[in-house]
Ligand binder design. Sequence first.
Ligand SMILES: *Cc1c(COP(=O)(O)O)cnc(C)c1O
Length: 378
Amino acid sequence: MKKKTQLIHGGIVGDKHTGAVSVPIYQVSTYKQEGVGNFAYEYSRTGNPTREALESLIRDLEGGHAGFAFGSGMAAITAVMSLFKSGDHVIFTDDVYGGTYRLMSKLMNRFNLEVTFVDTSDIDQVKDAIQDNTVAIYVETPTNPLLKVTDFNEVNAIAKKHDILFIVDNTFSTPYFQNPISFGSDIVLHSATKYLGGHSDVVAGLVVVNSEKLAEEVHFIQNSSGGILGPHDSWLLMRGMKTLGLRMEQTEKSTKKIVDFLSERDDIVNIYYPGLANHKGHDTHKQQATGFGGMISFDVGSGERAERVLRKTKYFTLAESLGAVESLISLPAKMTHASIPRERRLELGITDGLIRASVGIEDAEDLIQDLKQALDNE
Ligand SMILES: *Cc1c(COP(=O)(O)O)cnc(C)c1O
């Protein structure tokens, strides 16, 4: 089955009791048992038919063994980190999502989970970070906001050599463009709040694992810690996911046009987009993904200028988050990455004038005009 068909016909389709084509919202907490212990579903934290349809869909889309739905991307990441114990060590991409950095450095450290952040796009740094107690490598690619690319094959080789887990946050590329499990990853997770939901209306997280053992463990954690996604949000997410293919293709087309427009201007200092031939991760990304996506970052020279530009855009809404039908724009240094000290930010390459844009599915000409007037008239 091709991806666009799988988005419609993957997972559990329809309702076997009524024939309803859309999976019904089973808004229910508990289920009548035929006799003690004789039931299909017991309690909705443990299992719910609507959530299960979504979990089967993401499992199929990522080509894994089992899927799990959580109340947010962070709840999904927390559940995955609960696989580990005090004294274990995990290697992370250094510019991971800010919330992941906070979780690991301010919350998981309370349980003595040891972490090292390295530039995983440089495989020697990953090799050097391996310790006797390392249990996993956690990669985000492309990253936020610099769209750095990590080579799945290289990381997978190290993970297999040391018999440790290879975890990927696949939020930016989505399963439509990139399937880390086919490159050896053991666990793939998503903030489904972004492209999968796609309409700025649901907060959710998804996990896909690639073995029965991990499936049992993650289900145990999901049921024990309880950060599940409710039936209504599960349904809403599936509704959004049906058009993921169409949305990703449109956003990529428009993003290419916007990158061309920005490339022709001499008042833009730097443009970061993996689709650009001169982007450092271009070749690697091309070999492990089928599309470059709809995220771009560009440096307009200074923080003051960036703020003036952001005040002027009309269709690019000034907001956090990404991956929605509406175009969103933000200033990482003052918004998503504000909690990182400026010195560290500059080390990472997140300059004061760096603007991050998530290209929506509005008409590309309107989006370009919008950026043009903001850059010209600021
Ligand atoms: C937003 C995001 C998260 C966190 O997900 P929430 O749904 O906001 O909890 C994790 N990883 C990436 C890459 C994200 O963009």
